[in-house]
Design a protein around this ligand. Structure first.
Ligand code: PMP
Length: 358
């Protein structure tokens, strides 16, 4: 820390992203990216924008918003665009929480929630997931403050039915409920239809996973016109040009070619089912995932042993420091070839660890 750093930020524990190794080629199943590159139309649209990189992008993202309106049935004034959905989460913590209104989220969820709370010095109420790793809805109902629920949750992959979230929305109209739907398109139920009924709902989504655009950084959110205006105030007070030209063009082209993403989504769900079955045969336990990853417990060793064993064999998975889930790892679902390589490495690891099958 330099002597110029604010003293009250000295102890901030920054978010640790999953490894992005540049040294060797791994089967990379640790950051929930899509294994499928964007389609040709998206690549061409982004490349064509290079011509105009001397000009600022449209700070309003009007063309992209109009397509989102068409496809999601939400008016433009209820749509917010950002540089990845992390940006929206950051802005929401900044805008809607303070000393008297904590952020309320589960103990096992997206690690960035705690970081944003710490960064903005907002109290965090951390609610343990139930023993089966589902969200404790009763505990949410008993708290005040902004509820932040990843649905499906990460790293568990478990989806909460929208009606359970509706219970939280209905119980207290004065409380904002942020539903982080980064993985919703892989088989969960979106809360978006509830927006017509509840102005205390903020639905956050991303182009990073299902739409194969993690590298472009494009997030979007749906909320009441007032909530979206508040987020715009924060955005215009930080970086109005937060979505760059190439990304806007890529997002527009992706929405125009939505069938490509749907097809890839189906492939991921198929590979997920195949991987689940194969791992169960090898003695793994797992939660029921509605996302593009599995949360699995190997039959021998803890999560770290398995992670290290897999890394040695050229496969990256995600392991966690949290004591409660030390026996688990999260495995992103890749394409067929990647999952075959993952399963081969797993069998080899189990042999090495002396595990007898069956
Ligand atoms: N929410 C959850 C639950 C996530 O796992 C991620 C990805 N790490 C994000 C939000 C942020 O994704 P992005 O900023 O790429 O949209």
């Amino acid at each position: 820390m330099s002597r110029f750093m604010r003293k009250d930020l000295a102890s901030l524990q920054a978010y640790t992203p999953g490894e992005q190794p540049q040294d060797r080629r791994y089967i990379k199943l640790n950051t929930n990216e899509s294994p499928f590159p964007p389609c040709e139309a998206v690549k061409e649209a982004a490349a064509a924008e290079a011509e105009k990189l001397h000009l600022y992008p449209d700070p309003d993202g009007g063309r992209l918003k109009r397509l989102l309106t068409e496809q999601y049935g939400v008016p433009e004034e209820q749509i917010f665009l950002s540089n990845g959905s992390d940006d929206i989460l950051n802005f929401a913590f900044m805008a809607f929480c303070d000393a008297g209104r904590p952020a309320v989220f589960p103990d096992i969820s997206y690690g960035f929630y705690q970081v944003f709370a710490d960064l903005h010095r907002i109290p965090a109420v951390v609610l343990p997931l139930l023993p089966d790793f589902t969200v404790d809805v009763e505990a949410f109902l008993a708290q005040k403050g902004m509820a932040v629920i990843a649905n499906p949750n990460s790293p568990t992959g478990i989806a909460l039915p929208a009606e359970e979230i509706e219970g939280i929305l209905a119980a207290d109209p004065e409380r904002l409920v942020l539903v982080d739907e980064a993985y919703v398109d892989f088989g969960a139920e979106s809360c978006l239809p509830l927006l017509k009924k509840y102005d205390n709902l903020l639905v956050v989504q991303t182009f990073s996973k299902y739409r194969s655009l993690a590298g472009a950084r494009l997030g979007f959110a749906f909320g009441s016109p007032d909530v979206i205006r508040d987020l715009e105030t924060i955005r215009y007070s930080t970086n109005p040009y937060n979505v760059n030209r190439m990304t806007l063009a890529a997002g527009i082209a992706a929405l125009k070619n939505a069938e490509y993403d749907r097809e890839n989504g189906r492939k991921i769900q198929k590979n997920r089912a195949m991987t689940e079955e194969a791992l169960k045969k090898l003695g793994f336990e797992m939660t029921r995932s509605s996302a593009n990853f599995l949360f699995v417990r190997p039959p021998v060793g803890d999560g770290k042993d398995y992670y290290l064993g897999m890394k040695e064999r050229g496969v990256l998975v995600r392991v966690y420091g949290n004591e409660r889930i030390r026996n688990y790892v999260r495995v992103t679902i890749g394409d067929e070839e990647q999952m075959a390589g993952f399963l081969r490495a797993t069998e080899d690891y189990l042999k090495g660890a002396g595990h007898e099958r069956g």
